[in-house]
Design a protein around this ligand. Structure first.
Ligand code: PLP
Length: 391
């Protein structure tokens, strides 16, 4: 009998993670979180509006080297509003990867648009630009600045590349396909705060990019999100739409469209300001943890640790290993062993085109998405797991 792969993997993870129990990703509040939240409670500014919201937005814009940031209630609402501002209308199609968290494709549906699923590549886990170009040349017509899906006859308006687990998608190539087809690029950078590509922060390619500060992300506000853009008019529109479309006035309530209540409360922004101060440290520790995983998995032939592409620096939001092709049948047994041992581990999200409410939507061929899904395992990734490791 060959060596048992599940045992080998468990032993490898145990060489990195010494804590008896490890969650997939835990928040950490060792900075000024208590001080900043207390100051909101002391001065009564807990809700929408307040100094921490403005400060959080300024610091986010600086962190991504982008002109403007608009804080939102969560990443999903930020994506919805970004798509709406990009001109996505009911009945339009929005290109999204099938390998992503459901919020990416749900946000398109919240605009009454139709997600159109495209494949990823195994080097980046993000949208495969070559497969995208091939697919569009087969099904889409670009005429007078507008792309139409010849099969569904619907307009195709936007594309949402996702930086999966913090790894930069191939933005240059994706953007050049998008330009050929007149598609607005909205970057789903919800997992990639602190990641870089070609010397730039990830999230600075699209007309807009979106962040999330959910409890499991690298920086958390409890719940929260943001829309970032270099276009002041887009930022103004995002702020307006997310604050009930209320016109500024000293006392009168005048609204000029049915806006949303999607603004981030000040108390959440306070948490966010304290967390952002810790971002460089979070990234450094998560990269150290990833380095350790990479080393122990180098010794296991049937498993590849998913590492950043050259020219990119991942925040390693979630560490991932890929089983060799042919070993898909072992995935669930390995997950069982790791979770039984107190090491919270997960498969990738069920691909979007396999979820019951989305099986009827238009899609490209998705061989890489399906293969990656059947072979990928996410490992415990909290920054604190790096604390015992040698630098
Ligand atoms: C977390 C996440 C979102 C949305 O974030 P919420 O703040 O939870 O609404 C969107 N897309 C991806 C890929 C995510 O991981």
């Amino acid at each position: 009998m060959r060596g048992d792969l599940a045992t080998d993997i468990l032993t490898a993870v145990r060489r990195v993670v010494s804590a008896p129990q490890a969650a997939l990703h835990e928040p950490e509040f060792r900075g000024r979180e208590w001080d900043y939240v207390k100051s909101c409670l002391d001065d009564g500014w807990v809700s929408s509006g307040g100094a921490f919201v403005d400060r959080f937005e300024r610091e986010l814009a600086a962190a991504l080297d982008i002109g403007f940031a608009v804080a939102c209630a969560n990443g999903t609402s930020a994506l919805q509003v970004a798509l709406e501002i990009a001109g996505v209308l009911p009945g339009d199609e929005v290109l999204v990867p099938s390998l992503t968290f459901a919020a990416t494709s749900n946000a398109a549906q919240h605009c009454r648009a139709v997600p159109h699923f495209v494949d990823c590549d195994e080097g980046s886990l993000g949208i495969d630009p070559q497969a995208l170009r091939k697919h569009l040349s087969r099904i889409a017509t670009y005429k007078d600045g507008q792309t139409t899906n010849r099969e569904t006859r619907r307009p195709m308006k936007a594309i949402v590349p996702v930086h999966i687990f913090g790894h930069a998608a191939r933005m240059d190539e994706i953007c050049s396909v998008a330009t050929e087809y007149g598609l607005a690029v909205i970057e789903d950078a919800t997992e990639a705060l602190g990641s870089r590509a070609n010397g730039r922060p990830v999230g600075s390619h699209g007309v807009m990019s979106v962040l999330s500060f959910n409890g499991n992300k690298i920086v958390t506000t409890g719940g929260g999100g943001a829309i970032l853009s270099n276009d002041s008019e887009i930022a103004r529109r995002a702020r307006h739409l997310t604050t009930t479309a209320k016109l500024p006035h000293r006392w009168a309530f005048i609204h000029d469209e049915p806006g949303y209540n999607y603004r981030l409360p000040n108390i959440n922004a306070a948490l966010g300001c304290a967390q952002l101060e810790r971002l460089p440290d979070f990234v450094a520790r998560k990269r150290r943890l990833a380095q350790s995983y990479a080393e122990v998995f180098r010794e296991i032939n049937d498993v590849t640790f998913f590492a950043e592409r050259s020219g990119t620096q991942s925040n390693y939001w979630l560490n991932a290993i890929l089983l060799r092709r042919g070993l898909e049948f072992q995935r669930d047994g390995i997950l069982e062993r790791l979770n039984d041992a107190g090491l919270q581990s997960r498969p990738a999200w069920t691909p979007m085109h396999q979820l019951s409410y989305q099986t009827g939507f238009p899609r490209a061929e998705l061989p890489v998405t399906e293969s990656v899904f059947s072979r990928l395992i996410n490992l415990p990734s909290s920054p604190r797991l790096a604390d015992g490791l040698a630098a």
